[in-house]
Write a protein that binds this ligand. Structure first.
Ligand SMILES: [Zn+2]
Length: 384
C-alpha cells in the first residue's frame, strides 16, 4: 500500500505509477481520488455467468427449462453487474448446459457490444458419463446434461480438443461428483485420465482446473496436473501439503456453501452454525496453515452476480488477512491463471484494469464494495 501515488494511463495500458513527483504529459485528464484506495481491477476466480441464484430457480430447472436465449439474456445482465462491482476479469468455469455461449458472450464483450468483464472461459466443462446432472428417477429418460459427458481415454482426448477448438481458454474437469451409491461425492476419473486431459491442454498452453471436494478426488487432480482445485471441502493437512509441494492453488468457494445452506433454511446469525460450515472453516484454515496458494473465487451464480465481494468477506470471516485477500483477488489470481504478465497489478506496461473504492479495504475488507471508479482496458465504465 502506498500513499499519494499517481497512476498514469495511456491508451489501454498503465504508463507509470509512483509517488507524485513525475511530470504529467500535457492534456492529461486528471481524476483526483482523495480518501480512496486505488487497486488493480478485481479478478473473480470462479463464476458462472450463465447461472442465477438457486433460490430463484433450481439448478436443474435452469438447465432444463430455461432456453439458451433466456440464459444468454441473463448472462448479459450478469456481466454488466460484475464489471460495475469492480471485477474486470472473470474465470468463468462452465456454462452448465449453455454449450459454448460463454465464448460468444466473451466475444460480444470484446467487441464492445455489451459491457462486461474480460472473460477466461471453460465452455462446457468435462464430467464422467453418468456422474453429473440433471438426474431423473426414470432410467428411460435421458435429460440434457450440465456439462460434456465423457467415457474412456479416447472420449476425454476428443472432448478436450473439441472444447479448445470452440474457444475454451482452459479445461475444467470434475475429479469427483455426487455419484456415490448413497449420493455422496466420489472420485470419477483416475489419475491417468486427468493427466491425459492435462497433457493435451498444456501442449496448447492451457490449464486444467479441477472440481474436487473429496480428499481422494483432490489428490488425483493434483497428481494429474491440475493447476487449481475448485471447492476442496474435504481437504486436510495431507492433501494441502501435497498441493503446497506441487504449487497447486485452492479456490475455496466459501460463499457457495454459505449461500446454499441459507437457501436450505439456515438463518445465519441466529441458528447454530451448520456442521458443513464448521468443517469448511476448518479445512480452509488448514489450507492457510499449510501455505497453499489461495485464489479468490466464490462460485458466483449460486448467489447474485455483482455480489462477488461476498467471498472476500467470508475469507476474512474464516481467518484470512485482508491484504492477503486483496492479493488473492488481483495478482495471485492473475499469476495462477497464467495472466500475470497482462493484468492484476498496478505496474507499467500492464493493461489498465483499475478499481477505486472509498475507504481502505486492506484494513476493512467490506470497503471493497464502495466502488467509485471502474476502468477496464483503459476505458472508464464508472466514475465519480
Ligand atoms: Zn462452480
Amino acid at each position: 500500500m502506498h500513499n499519494d501515488w499517481i497512476v498514469l494511463v495511456k491508451s489501454n495500458k498503465i504508463e507509470a505509477a509512483g509517488a507524485m513527483n513525475f511530470k504529467l504529459p500535457a492534456n492529461t485528464r486528471i481524476i483526483e481520488l482523495k480518501g480512496s484506495t486505488l487497486l488493480p481491477g478485481l479478478i473473480e476466480g470462479h463464476s458462472h455467468l450463465f447461472l442465477h441464484p438457486y433460490n430463484e430457480v433450481s439448478w436443474n430447472d435452469q438447465v432444463i427449462k430455461e432456453s439458451r436465449a433466456e440464459r444468454t439474456a441473463r448472462a448479459v445482465t450478469h456481466a454488466r453487474a460484475t464489471l460495475m462491482a469492480g471485477f474486470t476479469t472473470v474465470r468463468d468455469l462452465g456454462t452448465e448446459g449453455a454449450m459454448y455461449d460463454d465464448a460468444g458472450l466473451k466475444m460480444a464483450i470484446e467487441k464492445g457490444i455489451v459491457p462486461g468483464p474480460r472473460m477466461i472461459v471453460a465452455t462446457r466443462a468435462i464430467v464422467a458419463k453418468g456422474a453429473y446432472g440433471p438426474t431423473y428417477n426414470n432410467p428411460d429418460v435421458d435429460l440434457p446434461q450440465g456439462a460434456a459427458e465423457v467415457s474412456g481415454t479416447e472420449g476425454i482426448a476428443d472432448e478436450v480438443r473439441t472444447q479448445i477448438s470452440k474457444g475454451a481458454d482452459l479445461i475444467k474437469i470434475y475429479a469427483d461428483y455426487r455419484w456415490g451409491r448413497d449420493g455422496q461425492s466420489a472420485p470419477t476419473f483416475g489419475v491417468e485420465a486427468i493427466a491425459l486431459a492435462t497433457s493435451i491442454a498444456k501442449s496448447s498452453g492451457r490449464h486444467v482446473v479441477a472440481h474436487a471436494t473429496t480428499g481422494e478426488g483432490m489428490k488425483r487432480a493434483v497428481m494429474g496436473g491440475a493447476s487449481t482445485i475448485e471447492h476442496g471441502d474435504e481437504g486436510d493437512d495431507e492433501v494441502f501439503k501435497l498441493m503446497k509441494e506441487k504449487g497447486v492453488a485452492l479456490c475455496p468457494t466459501l460463499a457457495a456453501g454459505d449461500a446454499i445452506l441459507q437457501y436450505d433454511g439456515w438463518k445465519k446469525g441466529s441458528d447454530p452454525e451448520p456442521s458443513r460450515i464448521t468443517a469448511k472453516k476448518k479445512s480452509f484454515q488448514a489450507a492457510l496453515k499449510n501455505g497453499v496458494i489461495i485464489c479468490m473465487g466464490g462460485d458466483v451464480g449460486v448467489y447474485t452476480h455483482g455480489d462477488n465481494a461476498r467471498e472476500m468477506e467470508l475469507m476474512a470471516e474464516y481467518g484470512m488477512k485482508a491484504i492477503d485477500i486483496l492479493r488473492s483477488a488481483t495478482s495471485v489470481n492473475a499469476d495462477v491463471f497464467g495472466y500475470g504478465h497482462n493484468f492484476g497489478r498496478i505496474k507499467k506496461g500492464l493493461l489498465a484494469d483499475i478499481l477505486v473504492v472509498n475507504g481502505d479495504p486492506s484494513k476493512t475488507i467490506k470497503d471493497i464494495r464502495n466502488v467509485v471508479l471502474v476502468m477496464k482496458d483503459g476505458k472508464i465504465y464508472k466514475q465519480p
